[in-house]
Design a protein around this ligand. Structure first.
Ligand code: SAM
Length: 297
């Protein structure tokens, strides 16, 4: 009896929360720019129009995951959000309320909160290998179904499940073995024609490593600069179509995580049995990393 009451109470709480979190039509119909303004407003106002917006982790945690915080981090995410949406339109598969969407390596959920306008919360999914950041997402009420995955494990979703997948600044950290492992896993959970948008570090990332001043204050830049003397080898690997991987952070966090520079020729060669390349943008005026649109074959 006690269990029954407890379960009923929890189910009611879930229903009430889902109701409260359903975005009203007038918000869903906002332009993307107005939506960005609202999300920026949510930095200082948790409730807007009686809707509870997702909160933010402390600024140092935001920076640790995405290199910037609050408005700057959101504006960067917005560029990718509109990139995904416009390519979905041009591939004649616009985002719909009931599209299934996965943000692979979701961090503190800056992308899930954007796609919340377009897709019902129960169809939004995020996963990450970092248990702490997923707890942060839960505490800050990031919309979507969140799952912890293991670094070389299997995704907790059925085959042919998703219509859209994003992975922003995730394959930029994986060595070749994990790159291929997760590509195959993501291919498994993609429906035919699923659109997969991701970023990769392009060749100019090696130029950047060689340009880091010795007195830099950034811990990440310092770790990267250790590889400046190996720039020739990195260029050679890249030009030969191989992943040039720097295990910058691996030892520190106890799992495989570094910086990967991935040539387009590698993707074309290794990913082509599963994904067709639709767009590759390597333009620092647009994105700091290279951005790709792929489609499941
Ligand atoms: C640079 S952060 C980007 C976070 C998020 N995509 C964003 O841009 O806001 C990289 C994310 O990838 C996650 N990650 C690292 N290795 C991963 C792996 N093997 N599988 C899935 N996620 C991973 C990290 O925990 C982290 O959240």
């Amino acid at each position: 009896m006690f269990d029954y009451t407890k379960n009923l109470f929890q189910a009611m709480k879930r229903v009430l929360k889902a109701r409260k979190r359903r975005l009203p039509e007038h918000i869903r119909n906002l332009s993307d720019e107005a939506w960005l303004d609202l999300i920026i407003k949510s930095i200082s106002e948790q409730y807007i129009d009686k809707i509870e917006f997702p909160g933010f982790p402390p600024p140092d945690l935001q920076v640790q995951f995405v290199g910037s915080d609050y408005e700057q981090a959101l504006r960067e995410a917005f560029i990718f959000y509109t990139f995904v949406k416009s390519h979905a339109e041009s591939l004649k598969m616009p985002l719909r309320r009931n599209s299934r969407f996965l943000d692979f390596g979701c961090g503190w959920g800056r992308f899930l909160r954007f796609f919340w306008k377009d897709i019902n919360e129960n169809k939004l999914f995020g996963c990450d290998v970092d248990a702490v950041i997923l707890d942060v997402c839960r505490v800050t009420n990031v919309p979507g179904n969140l799952s912890l995955i293991s670094s070389e494990g299997r995704l907790p979703y059925p085959d042919n499940y998703f219509d859209f997948i994003t992975a922003y600044s995730v394959f930029t950290h994986l060595p070749e073995r994990l790159n291929l492992h997760w590509m195959r896993e993501l291919a498994r959970v993609s429906r035919p024609s699923c659109m997969f948008c991701l970023t990769l570090e392009p060749r100019r990332f090696i130029d950047f490593i060689t340009s880091i001043p010795p007195d830099t204050n950034s811990k990440w830049y310092k770790l990267l600069s250790h590889y400046a003397d190996h720039a020739d080898t990195l260029y050679q690997k890249y030009d030969a179509g191989e992943v040039a991987y720097l295990p910058t952070y691996g030892k520190e966090i106890g799992r495989v995580f570094g910086d990967a520079i991935v040539p387009l020729s590698f993707i074309e060669r290794e990913w082509s049995p599963y994904f067709a390349l639709r767009t590759y943008i390597n333009d620092p005026n647009h994105f700091w990393q290279a951005a790709l649109v792929l489609q499941r074959k």
